[in-house]
Structures are given as C-alpha cells and as structure tokens.
Design a binder for this molecule. Sequence first.
Ligand code: CP3
Length: 344
Amino acid sequence: MTESRFLKACRREPVDVTPVWFMRQAGRYMSEYRALRERYSLLDICRAPDLATEVTLQPVRRIEVDAAILFSDLLLPLEPMGLPFDFIKGEGPQLERPISSPGDIDALRDFDPRVALAHVLEAITLIQRELAGRVPLIGFAGAPFTLASYAIEGGHSNNFARTKSLMYGHPDAWHRLCSRLAMVVADYLGAQIDAGVDAVQVFDSWVGALSPADYREFALPHTQRIFDAVKGRVPTIHFGTGTSTIFPELREAGGDVIGVDWRIPIDLAWERIGSDRAVQGNLDPTLLLGPTARMLTETSDILDRVGGRPGHIFNLGHGILPSTPLEHVQMLAQYVHSASRRGR
Ligand code: CP3
C-alpha cells in the first residue's frame, strides 16, 4: 500500500502517472448512489457501515481513481457534542439549535469517537477488507473554522455574519469553541487512523472567508493542533477554497499536501505554498459539465504547469457537482493518467 502512486505523491516521491481522485466522488451524479438514496437518507447511509462501504466503493468500481474516500459527512461529530442536525432536501444541513451565545458553547459535550462514531470506524474496517489493497483509503474531518461556521450559522452561509460576530464580539468564547472542536477532531482522526485509513484530509472548505491576519488569530492555532496530533502517522491533506491569499498561513498550520482551488494557476499556488509540500488540485468542477474538449484542455494546462514535478495529486478545486455526467468523470480520470505518463 505504501507503494500506491497516491501515497507516493503525498510524500513527493516520483510516480509512473499522476494520481487522481475527486472530492465528492461518491454522490448524486452516480445512478447507483441515487438508487440507494431512494430507500435511505444520507444519515442512514452514514450510520450503516455496510451502506457506507457500498457507496465508498461505487466510484472505485466505475472510475480510474487512485484513492477511495470514506463515505461520511463532515458534520457527524456535531451531534454527539450536543448539536443535532438533519439534511433538508434541496437545502443542505440544518441544525436544530445552532450556537447563539457563549453559554451554548460551555454546554457542549466531549465524547469518545470510538463509542459515539463507532459505525464510522466499523465502515473503515469493512471498506479496507473490500478494497483489499486496490487503492488507499482517505479518512477525513472538518477543521474548526468550517465546523464552527455550521455550528453557529445552523447551515450554509454566504457571508458568515453570525460566525464572525461571535468571533469578533466574544473572542474568548470563539477560542473555547474552536479548541473543543480541535480536540474532538484530533481524537476522531486518530481513531480513523487506528481503524486503518491510509491518509486523512482536513476540510476547511470556507476558511477563505478570513483575511490572513484573522486566519492567524482565529483559526491557525486550532487547525495546527489537529495536524500536530496526527503528525507522522499517515500523510495529511489540508484543503480549503478561496485560500490563495492565506497559503503561507495554511502551510504553517500543517498538511503534507495543500489543496488548491481553481481561482489560482497551480504553478503559482505551488510557488507560494513552497516546494517542501505536495499540492492537490485544481480543476474547476464546473468544467466537468462540458464541453469535454474544454475540460481536457484545462486539464492539460494544469499538467503542463506542474511539469511532472513529484508531489502533485490531481483533483478538482472543490467537489463534483450533482449534475455532472459520469462519463465525463471517467474520461477525465483516464486522461490524467494517459497525458501524465512519465517519459511521454
Ligand atoms: O465522496 C466524498 O467526497 C465523500 C463523502 C463526503 C460527503 N460530505 C457526503 C455528502 C464528504 C467528504 C463530505 C464533506 C462535507 N460535508 C463538507 C466538506 C467538503 C466540501 O464540500 O467542502 C461539507 C461542507 C459538508 C456538509 C454538507 N453535507 C453540506 C453543505 C451538504 C449539502 C450540500 C449538497 O451537496 O447537497 C452535505 C450533504 C452531502 N454530504 C451529500 C454527500 C454526498 C449530498 C448528497 C445527498 O444529499 O445525498
């Protein structure tokens, strides 16, 4: 498994062809996923190890991906902390009682992921048995800023007004919340690693909403605790969107691999991140809707900009959109492999 091209690229070792996987590679754009969702809710799937295993494997069977990602959701740790939620059709997640005051933060509970999220760990065991070494398995969790934003906003937000009001207005309470989240996530990722994942990705999807100074003050110390806690155990990926102005801060927080979205050319991003880290990215997911000629031209441009330097994992700048045709995803993965074959 340590010989997989995905894990090699995480360690910036030379590979035969550029490894590729896709954020949200399991999901609504696949007919077999939609068929399962007619019978089960998203949370049903996340809570049943056999269903989570099936969905994790669906893209591995159909697409030339070099890694599987555990099927779960970023928000699962919120419920055992005392923040129950559900997914509302067409709207995304909705918390029953979002955090609205410092007092709500002090009422949060700590929990043992080996008990409260045992089903996730069991899914990891089942998935690894099924994968049988075919490709490595990526585990994941959310970073404190992104998790706090859901805990405070109660769902998705465009401007993070409530989150930032609490952050600026009650900085002590904000730091208490984020250190609780960091502790929970570090423990949860440690448990995923014990259960057998081969790498972990920390999603700080919305942290690009912060200025460099605010990132440093309000997010960096907490995210850093998570990376420090798992350091050296398995390769780590640090992902966010809209982060081109905070690459130095993101790298300081941690991650062997830094995620790059499509808003910046990947070679410029890598220069800012530093050559001692690997990079993952960075095709605009909208390009997968077509026309495919443009999707492939842009892909070729990314590969040219990287120029075969060891330490590139091909991915999208964010997750696959639900209206994406499966054939485009298949074509893209094949193209990355054939166009990047070393010695071409
Ligand atoms: O294939 C994979 O990438 C693994 C599965 C995965 C899911 N969620 C399943 C899911 C992963 C890695 C996540 C992470 C996640 N969840 C993030 C971080 C990644 C990102 O996109 O930035 C966030 C912010 C969440 C919270 C969340 N879950 C939202 C905002 C939504 C609604 C948005 C949407 O696309 O509808 C979800 C729902 C969700 N989680 C789906 C899937 C496949 C949607 C599918 C469904 O309803 O069946």
